[in-house]
Design a protein around this ligand. Structure first.
Ligand code: ADP
Ligand code: MG
Length: 249
C-alpha cells in the first residue's frame, strides 16, 4: 500500500455494543494541520468515533492508522506517546500546585521522568513550561494556584498541559460545552493557532454549528452511526441531506 498523506485514517470502522451499531462502516481521514469537525445529532456516534481513534474503544471491524502505522490495537497510553492527545478533563489540573508547576508536572509525566515527581525544584523544565504558558497566553499567571483560575484561564492551562506531550493530533470532545461566549473564543483561538502555527491536527465534536462553519477546514456529518457527508463548510452547508438531519431533530 502507498503511504497515506493523512496523519490519521479510520477505515471502514464499525463499533457494535451488543446488537447495537454505534458506528457502521465509517471512514474518515485527518490531514496534517487540519481543523476537522465532527457534527451530527445526539447519539450519532461522534464520541464513539473519537474513542476509537484515541484507543479507548477497540472497533468491532475496521482499522485506524497513524501515518503508515496500524494502531487499531495499540492501547491509549501508547497512542498518546505516539502523538495523539485526547480531550483532557478539568481534573487534569492540580489545584494545590501553581499554574507553572502544573505544566512542569505534565512535562515530567510526559518524559517518563517520574522518579521524584513531586520534588519540583522550580528549575526543571522551567523554560519549557513558561513557553507553553506563553503559547496559551497565560505566561503572567505562572505563580497563581491552579485552583484559583477563572474558567477561561483554566481552559488555557488545560491546553498547555495537553501540549506538554507535544502532540501531533488533538482529539477534543465538545471542547466548548457549557462555556460562555468569551470562553469559547479562547478555545477557538487556541485551536486555530495550534493548526496554523504548529501544524497540529485538531479533530473535534461540537454542537455550536456556527462555530464549526466559521473555523473548521473540513466537516464530517454523522447520523445514526454512519458518515452522512464529508467536505468543506461550504459544501456541507449546502447539502440537502444535512439540512434534513438537522430539521428532523
Ligand atoms: P454522540 O457523541 O454522537 O452523541 P455517542 O458516540 O456517544 O453519540 O453514542 C452513539 C450511540 O452509541 C448512542 O446511541 C449511545 O447510547 C451508544 N453507546 C455509546 N457508548 C455505548 C456503550 N459503551 N454501550 C452501549 N451503547 C453505547
Ligand atoms: Mg458525544
Amino acid at each position: 500500500p502507498s503511504p497515506s498523506p493523512a496523519i490519521v485514517s479510520v477505515t471502514s470502522v464499525s463499533m457494535h455494543f451488543g446488537g447495537f451499531r454505534a458506528l457502521d462502516d465509517v471512514s474518515i481521514d485527518l490531514q496534517r494541520g487540519e481543523i476537522h469537525a465532527i457534527i451530527g445529532p445526539n447519539g450519532a456516534g461522534k464520541s464513539t468515533l473519537l474513542n476509537v481513534i484515541s484507543g479507548l474503544l477497540r472497533p468491532t471491524r475496521g482499522d485506524v492508522h497513524y501515518g503508515d502505522q496500524r494502531i487499531t490495537h495499540v492501547p491509549p497510553h501508547r497512542r498518546a506517546r505516539l502523538g495523539i492527545a485526547r480531550s483532557f478533563q478539568i481534573t487534569s489540573i492540580f489545584t494545590g500546585f501553581t499554574v507553572h508547576q502544573n505544566v512542569q508536572l505534565a512535562l515530567l509525566a510526559q518524559r517518563g521522568d517520574c522518579r521524584h515527581p513531586f520534588r519540583l525544584t522550580g528549575e526543571r523544565y522551567r523554560d519549557e513550561a513558561h513557553e507553553l504558558l506563553a503559547r496559551v497566553q497565560i505566561a503572567g499567571m505562572g505563580a497563581r494556584m491552579g485552583g484559583e483560575l477563572a474558567a477561561g484561564d483554566r481552559k488555557r492551562l488545560e491546553f498547555a498541559i495537553a501540549l506538554a506531550g507535544d502532540p501531533q493530533v488533538l482529539l477534543l470532545d465538545e471542547p466548548t460545552a457549557g462555556m460562555s461566549g468569551a470562553e469559547r473564543e479562547i478555545v477557538v483561538g487556541i485551536i486555530r493557532s495550534l493548526s496554523a502555527e504548529r501544524q497540529i491536527s485538531v479533530l473535534f465534536t461540537e454542537h455550536d454549528i456556527d462555530m464549526v462553519f466559521d473555523n473548521a477546514h473540513r466537516i464530517t456529518v454523522m447520523h445514526q452511526g454512519r458518515r452522512l457527508v464529508q467536505g468543506t463548510p461550504a459544501a456541507v452547508r449546502s447539502d440537502p441531506r444535512v439540512r434534513d438531519v438537522y430539521l428532523g431533530e
